[in-house]
Design a protein around this ligand. Structure first.
Ligand SMILES: NC(=O)c1ccc[n+]([C@@H]2O[C@H](COP(=O)([O-])OP(=O)(O)OC[C@H]3O[C@@H](n4cnc5c(N)ncnc54)[C@H](OP(=O)(O)O)[C@@H]3O)[C@@H](O)[C@H]2O)c1
Length: 298
């Protein structure tokens, strides 16, 4: 009897819970890809437009989850998804939840645990795009989950972002990925801030400094190319400039900051980090060999 009820509920290919600007775009992309879609939103009015476009509108979260083998959740953040799923645990067995709300590492792990305990499978993703970019071939969702889940549900995720990537199997990895990539951008931002500080204190016009930044940044492409060719294999040999060359240049930079009498935390950090590599006898390696030196330290 129960099986019959389940079959009756399994009416659509995919359900989407949360119809804010992002959830609505996710649901539309799935409909555009030819999937039948069930939707649910806390404020029911937001489901009206999708309903008129052909989506089935569920009255409850349980009903939405029961309606499809796979449910995408996209609400405020993981705690809100956890709350919604906790109250609909009876509908979870044998389902897959793809959580696309943005959130932190611990909450992602809690969510994965909750879903597993309820007899369901999970994937968690970060959407690196605005809603209007959902469905584009260049759009990237970074997702975690087992290889098997990625194999099965990759097509759904690639309908949302054609260049999506599978990062690994731990729910908490995405927060670290975000932190890592944000740190790369912030490295540039804080480099400009401290660079401008030295230039300003030395009386160099800010316009001149600003105009020269893009010329200096021309070196970024070779930096990145060498990083991409070596860091994945952790081979740091035959660099275009060795660690000892950088260490000496960084000492000079720090000396300039000291002579100017300005705050020098950033160049001082660079000197200290390069010294760690030099102390390990890595002077002929690339500066990026520091990654593994730091990874071994607490
Ligand atoms: N918009 C973007 O550009 C963008 C880009 C990347 C990632 N994201 C991520 O996508 C997620 C949704 O963003 P959005 O832009 O769609 O936000 P939004 O337009 O503000 O919509 C928020 C959604 O979450 C629902 N919600 C909030 N708290 C809830 C609760 N306690 N219980 C049930 N539902 C709740 C809202 O329901 P109601 O309608 O009832 O309020 C609404 O459906 C966020 O995690 C965001 O970080 C968004």
């Amino acid at each position: 009897m129960q099986l019959v009820i389940l079959e009756e509920f399994s009416m659509t290919d995919i359900s989407v819970i949360g119809l804010g600007s992002m959830g609505t775009a996710l649901a539309r992309a799935q409909m555009k890809a030819g999937r039948s879609v069930t939707v649910w939103n806390r404020t029911p009015e937001k489901a009206t437009a999708l309903g008129s476009e052909g989506a089935t509108v569920a009255a409850t979260v349980s009903e939405a989850i029961s309606a499809s083998p796979v449910t995408i959740t996209c609400v405020k953040s993981h705690p809100q998804t956890i709350e919604l799923l906790s109250n609909a645990a009876n509908s979870l067995p044998n389902k897959t939840i793809i959580e696309l709300s943005t959130g932190g590492a611990e909450d992602a792990e809690d969510l994965a645990q909750l879903v597993e305990n309820a007899g369901a499978s999970w994937m968690v993703g970060i959407i690196n795009a605005y809603p209007h970019m959902i469905g584009d071939k260049d759009t990237v969702l970074s997702v975690v989950g087992t290889e098997e889940q990625w194999k099965i549900h990759g097509p759904i995720i690639r309908n949302l972002g054609g260049s999506s990537v599978h990062v690994g199997g731990q729910a908490g990895m995405l927060a670290a990925l975000f932190a890592g990539l944000f740190t790369v951008r912030q490295g540039f931002m804080w480099g400009m801030i401290y660079g401008a500080l030295a230039a300003k204190k030395a009386g160099i016009p800010m316009q001149t400094f600003s105009d020269l930044v893009p010329i200096s940044m021309g070196m970024m492409k070779p930096y990145y190319d060498y990083f991409a060719a070596t860091a994945p294999q952790a081979t740091y040999d035959n660099p275009p400039a060795s660690m000892s060359t950088y260490a000496a240049a960084l000492e000079d930079v720090l000396a300039s900051f000291e002579a100017l009498g300005v705050r020098d935390e950033l160049p001082r950090l660079f000197v200290e980090m390069a010294q760690l590599g030099m102390d390990q006898g890595l002077e002929d390696k690339a500066l990026t060999a520091i990654i593994d030196v730091l990874a071994q330290k607490q």
